[in-house]
Ligand binder design. Structure first.
Ligand code: ATP
Ligand code: MG
Length: 373
């Protein structure tokens, strides 16, 4: 049996990038032989093993043939007669379909090295069309390697367009789509992910509401702005993406994508606050209205989410948008009201609630009066 380093590790070392995890392909072995050498089998679908010492993944060489639609329906064939080249051929992109022998020699039957040099994302074979997830992966690699100058080559873009036109993308399960979205939102150039999806037509299936040129431009600007801030999380990035939609539209899309609840909620708040802040008159701020917004955001119980909300709105409405500054001022002013202190004064039940509200209103009124000076 022979083991070869494959996939991302080979690609990233040629790109001069740090190699995170190393995957291996084993040719000419049976599961029984692997077990007898001390490897532990993981995963029941494919014959994949963990090395007893390094814990790195060793997969038996395999071929995959598509049977049904969507992500499911692959028939896996693995046996000692499957060659390295056959295994490499089932992979998505040429830059991901290279191998290295244990002696360090590059095995590159699909010219991945040339595409690395030319900065091209290119499909390995027509079998690419059997799995629509590859469209999302290709878009994600475009986002990751955009700063290095990589683009999707014309032939691959044409193939992806054909896949979209034949309805392949409609069969992707939301969980897999979300997984790719989530990763893409954290790549170096997340806009490139959405540009590739738009260009091949997949965006019109996955988030049709942002495909028009004006909305797309705004969504990308918001995403870029949020991305440029230090330490922004998935919720903020996702909310930025949907920020220029109306609240019910954004929420329905977030649900259809099966985005996690925190992502749905932030997208809902951002899109609900945007028109309210745009329509408010910063010259005549009303303490009542500001307090209502803080209630609406459940600022009292979710202060971290409120700061996420401000982060996104600073990008979509601009950082020095006066109504946003007033909201921030109001939140700081109202935050110090301690129910405990009022309890100690003898308030309880509805009276306590009223007293808290009254106190918060007073503080907000005071604070915004000072901003006018
Ligand atoms: P990363 O740095 O994100 O881990 P990677 O290239 O290692 O990048 P993985 O998702 O870990 O990507 O997959 C390992 C390899 O398996 C890829 O390089 C590719 O050759 C192949 N692969 C993974 N998913 C698919 C797919 N859906 N279709 C075809 N080949 C795939
Ligand atoms: Mg990997």
């Amino acid at each position: 049996m022979q083991a070869y380093l494959v996939g991302g590790a080979v690609r990233d070392s040629l790109l001069g990038l740090e190699v995170k995890d190393r995957d291996w392909v084993v040719v000419g072995a049976t599961p029984r032989e692997m077990l007898s050498k001390g490897f532990k089998q993981v995963g029941s679908d494919f014959p994949v093993f963990l090395h007893p010492g390094t814990r790195e993944e060793y997969a038996l060489a395999r071929t995959e043939r598509k049977q049904g639609r969507g992500y499911h329906g692959f028939t896996v064939y693995s046996a000692p007669d499957v060659t390295l080249e056959q295994d490499l051929k089932r992979r998505d992109l040429t830059i991901n379909a290279m191998a290295r022998t244990e002696g360090g020699e590059l095995v590159d039957p699909f010219n991945g090295r040339r595409d690395i040099d030319d900065r091209k994302l290119r499909h390995v074979s027509e079998a690419f069309a059997e799995d629509p997830l590859r469209i999302l992966r290709t878009a994600r690699f475009a986002a990751r390697f955009h700063p290095l100058g990589f683009t999707v080559c014309d032939q691959t873009m044409a193939l992806m367009k054909g896949m979209v036109a034949s309805g392949e993308v409609d069969h992707l399960v939301p969980e897999r789509v979300w997984q790719e979205f989530q990763r893409a939102l954290h790549e170096k150039a997340p806009e490139a992910f959405f540009e590739v999806l738009r260009d091949c037509g997949a965006l019109a299936v996955l988030i049709p509401e942002i495909t028009s040129s004006a909305v797309f431009t705004r969504a990308m600007a918001a995403l870029r702005c949020v991305h440029n801030r230090a330490d922004t999380d998935t919720e903020e990035r996702f909310a930025a993406l949907l920020s220029s939609l109306d609240e019910p539209v954004a929420l329905a899309r977030a649900k259809a994508l099966k985005a996690p609840n925190d992502c749905q909620n932030l997208a809902r708040l951002v899109t609900a606050f945007t028109p309210q802040l745009r329509n408010s008159d910063p010259h005549n701020p009303e303490a009542d209205a500001l307090l209502n917004l803080l209630d609406q955001a459940d600022f009292w119980r979710r202060p971290e989410r409120f700061s996420q909300l401000l982060n996104v709105l600073e990008c979509t409405l601009s950082a020095d948008f006066p109504p946003l500054n007033l909201l921030r001022t109001a939140s700081k002013a109202a935050t110090g009201v301690e129910p405990k202190a009022l309890l100690a004064q003898g308030y309880k039940g509805k009276e306590l609630g009223d007293a808290i509200r009254h106190e918060r209103l007073e503080r907000i009124r005071d604070a915004i009066a000072h901003t006018k000076d």
